[in-house]
Design a protein around this ligand. Structure first.
Ligand SMILES: C=C(O[C@@H]1C=C(C(=O)O)C=C[C@H]1O)C(=O)O
Length: 278
């Protein structure tokens, strides 16, 4: 088939390895160009329609739901602990009232979750956003730092902070629901123009992910060697991290969006629309 070229985003953390495994191992057709980046960069590129399809932060999707369609059955999510999304602090959540909390500028979902958790508890920290990839990035006067992705699992945050609060686990303890950090989306403007390409890209994602789970030892091996982490730890990570979007996860997602709206962290209610090919 004569496909137009499309640009496909890719989260450059190991969390996306299972979904991209097949594409990274021979399945990538010539008409797809891969664009790797941290979530916030992909969010911005999708907003500017510089990508035709990409994973984005679930909270970013919520803020732009009128312009985006969600690809079915794809996500970065967890059902309890996640390991790679953490709030590091020396205090308890309650003690963070009026204290400085820095949120990584790479995130939109986890930042919204942290703001929501404090809002629900009636605690008002002073939030700010910044680069948080290394321990040296943490300003001297902050009392908590929220980090996502590979950096959360690899940098020595414990040298500075005693408590590691896992945000997937925190959400699960609050709601009993799974938590969805990222969704795959396409700008609605692309849907008609790139219909065949997006349809085939969706099939490729499913095949690529299937290939990833069939070769999970190899996924674990490359994750462990990229991050210099113990293989058993990375195995556990890929057991905790899910890449599908079943009904229960959609329930978790909808609950998150409606709480954000209730707490004034989201302007509009979200009407989740899936990219659906007959
Ligand atoms: C589980 C994770 O979820 C990530 C968190 C995101 C966010 O907070 O906006 C976006 C994409 C995901 O990669 C992770 O970073 O490890």
């Amino acid at each position: 088939m004569n496909h137009k070229k499309i640009l496909m985003g890719k989260i450059d953390y190991i969390n996306a390895f299972p979904v991209y495994y097949g594409l990274d191992h021979g399945m990538l057709p010539k008409w797809i160009e891969m664009v790797p980046g941290p979530p916030a960069v992909l969010n911005k590129m999708i907003q500017e329609e510089l990508l035709h399809v990409s994973p984005v932060s679930a909270a970013f999707y919520a803020m732009n739901h009128r312009k985006l369609l969600v690809l079915p059955d794809l996500s970065i999510s967890c059902y309890g602990k996640v390991l790679s999304v953490v709030l590091m602090t020396n205090l308890s959540l309650e003690e963070l009232h009026r204290k400085k909390v820095i949120l990584t500028h790479d995130s939109a979902t986890a930042s919204a979750l942290v703001r929501l958790v404090f809002s629900q508890k009636g605690i008002e920290p002073v939030f700010f956003t910044g680069k948080l990839r290394e321990l040296n990035d943490v300003p001297g006067d902050v009392d908590a730092a929220m980090i996502i992705g590979d950096a959360a699992m690899t940098k020595p945050w414990e040298d500075r902070f005693l408590n590691r609060i896992d945000l997937g686990e925190l959400w699960y303890n609050m709601t009993g629901l799974p938590f969805v950090f990222a969704l795959w989306v396409s700008p609605e403007n692309c849907i008609d123009r790139y219909r065949d390409e997006l349809k085939d890209a969706l099939t490729l994602f499913y095949e690529s992910r299937k290939n990833g789970y069939e070769n999970i030892d190899s996924v674990i091996e490359s994750g462990a060697s990229r991050l210099n982490l113990d293989k058993e730890y990375v195995r556990r990570y890929f057991e905790l991290l899910h890449c599908n979007l079943d009904m229960r996860k959609i329930d978790g997602l909808k609950h998150f969006f409606s709480l954000l709206h209730e707490h004034g962290l989201l302007k509009e209610k979200v009407n989740l629309r899936l990219l659906d090919y007959p």
